[in-house]
Design a protein around this ligand. Structure first.
Ligand code: ZN
Length: 75
């Protein structure tokens, strides 16, 4: 029985780890809509309203589209 308290502590630590991961995932899901994935700046409220699925701020989105266009035209 010497290991009982250790096992219990280990089990609790495991549960806390899982709860922490679940919290982090939930935060990512919600914050993904509020913060740009590229520069971590807050996405403009008007843009969020117009594009609820937007993951980048307008500046990063424009830069990305410019880069894509350059790539396409050079091919
Ligand atoms: Zn950005």
């Amino acid at each position: 029985m010497g290991n009982f308290s250790f096992d219990l502590a280990e089990q609790r630590a495991e549960q806390e780890r899982e709860a922490g991961i679940a919290r982090a995932k939930a935060a990512l899901r919600t914050e993904g809509k509020f913060y740009c994935v590229a520069c971590c700046e807050e996405i403009d409220a008007g843009r969020r309203k117009a594009f609820p699925a937007a993951r980048r701020c307008i500046e990063c989105q424009r830069r990305l589209e410019r880069q894509r266009r350059r790539k396409w035209t050079s091919n």
